[in-house]
Design a protein around this ligand. Structure first.
Ligand code: GDP
Ligand code: MG
Length: 439
């Protein structure tokens, strides 16, 4: 979580309702986070407005703090703005389906053409063919041929003395002859938008009748991405976007800008130079990346979905009264089991993944049954007053449950850790958790 956002959230803790001032404060941080992620300022402005309007007056869910609730709304709106998961590739009614790769020079068109061919073959059992229609960049044809060789996927080329339009045409004919079901046309780029290039691309489009026109954009481009996407979309009516170089340290604000300016879906992301480094686009992941939130949002979602709200409320009350006992512990374990391994949940909290001692409070779902057996061997009095568990009582419990004494001891220790942890969480204090591990 970005430090600023975290600070704003801390301030908002322990308040019962979302006030207009709270939203204002959170939004200032959200705005900064988005601008830092290189999201276009107009897009940011519009976005903040939408979220503010929605947040004020929204009821705070029992299981969330007001700040978590605002972040949840931010996340939902951000995810919605980036569209659903749409990594499907349209196919033509009649084979072959033609895909055109367009974009500025260096964006990653040629590499991504290869990745896409690889993806289609590997994941959809297709027989793609690559077409080298960049006749300008020195060695561009060679580059695509090398990629084809690496993948063992055919590359159609005619040197650089033939027009790109003709290359595209002949390439498609060849693909038909060879019963290839996908043709991916790699086109030329320029350093900047330029009329000659656009005319050439429009000509290829008119002739090749592509089902998909993918605009390839370097995620590091930042603010510029908006203008690039806008012009390409105006002239070519692109069908989707592929965002490359997300393996770099960019926050990926370009994704949000491009999507909101063109309305076209982001379909894939490039995650490295290797030819298998292509992934479907996950709007939610991108939303967290843009906000710099780690998996905090996932945690909030999970907690909200799986945590029985009433139980949580009871538990919080008990914790406040310091009467959390072994009966609750068992309940808690059941709930945590429903949420997935505790370890995974803790790892999702920013700053927690490396927390020393994380393994000590690990609860393996397989152990839950054994732990229950131990608890069931306690007298009701012991379950309600864990403090009375002397060594002799522990030995008796061990005998009764058929578990070694060391295990009983370990479990009581885990119970105490868990109690401390739940106590922290009930106060909404995720930060404090680092401290409890004695770091
Ligand atoms: P084109 O000019 O649009 O055809 O771009 P290229 O495909 O030639 O790519 C330009 C450079 O970016 C090459 O060095 C690629 O290896 C690199 N590249 C492309 N996609 C990615 C990616 O997703 N991650 C990284 N790290 N590098 C990439
Ligand atoms: Mg190229």
């Amino acid at each position: 979580l970005s430090e600023r956002l975290q600070a704003a959230m801390n301030k908002m803790r322990r308040k019962g309702k979302i006030s207009e001032a709270d939203v204002k404060e959170m939004m200032r941080e959200v705005r900064l986070a988005l601008l830092e992620a290189d999201v276009n300022f107009k897009v940011v402005k519009e976005f903040v407005k939408t979220v503010s309007e929605r947040s004020i007056g929204e009821e705070v869910l029992e299981s969330l703090s007001p700040s978590q609730q605002v972040i949840k709304i931010v996340n939902e709106e951000l995810t919605a703005l980036m569209g659903g998961e749409q990594s499907t590739i349209q196919t033509a009614p009649k084979s072959p389906t033609v895909i055109m790769m367009v974009g500025l020079q260096g964006a990653g068109k040629t590499t991504t053409a290869g990745k896409l061919a690889n993806y289609l073959r590997k994941n959809q059992n297709r027989r793609p063919m690559l077409v080298a229609a960049d006749i300008y960049r020195p060695a561009a044809i060679q580059q695509l041929e090398t990629i084809g060789e690496q993948l063992d996927i055919p590359v159609f080329s005619m040197g650089n003395q033939v027009s790109p339009v003709e290359i595209a045409q002949k390439g498609i004919e060849k693909a038909k002859e060879e019963h290839r079901d996908f043709v991916i046309i790699d086109t030329a780029g320029r350093l900047h938008i330029d009329e000659t290039l656009m005319t050439e691309l429009t000509d290829i489009k008119a002739l090749a009748n592509p089902t998909e026109i993918f605009l390839v954009v370097d995620a590091m481009t930042g603010q510029d991405a908006v203008n690039v996407a806008e012009s390409f979309n105006e002239q070519l009516d692109i069908t989707g976007v592929i965002l490359t170089k997300l393996d770099g340290d960019t926050r990926g604000g370009a994704a949000l800008s491009i999507r909101s300016v063109t309305g076209k879906p982001i379909k894939f992301t490039g995650q490295g130079e290797k030819l298998d480094a292509l992934e479907p686009f996950y709007p939610e992941r991108m939303a967290s990346r843009i906000l710099g939130m780690g998996d905090m949002l996932t945690l909030i979602e999970k907690a909200q979905l799986d945590f029985d709200e009433q139980k949580a409320e009871e538990m919080t009350k008990k914790l406040k009264e310091n009467s959390f006992d072994f009966n609750d512990f068992i309940d808690q374990m059941d709930q945590l089991n429903n949420m997935g391994p505790l370890e995974d949940i803790l790892k999702m909290i920013p700053g927690m993944s490396n927390a020393p001692g994380l393994d000590q409070i690990k609860i393996d779902p397989k152990d839950t049954a054994r732990m229950k057996a131990v608890v069931l061997s306690m007298t009701p009095q012991e379950r309600e007053n864990p403090d009375i568990l002397s060594q002799s009582r522990r030995r008796r419990i061990a005998r009764g449950s058929g578990r070694p004494i060391a295990e009983v001891n370990r479990m009581i220790k885990q119970f105490n850790e868990s109690k401390k942890m739940m106590n922290q969480m009930s106060k909404g204090n995720f930060n404090g958790m680092d401290n409890m591990f004695g770091s």
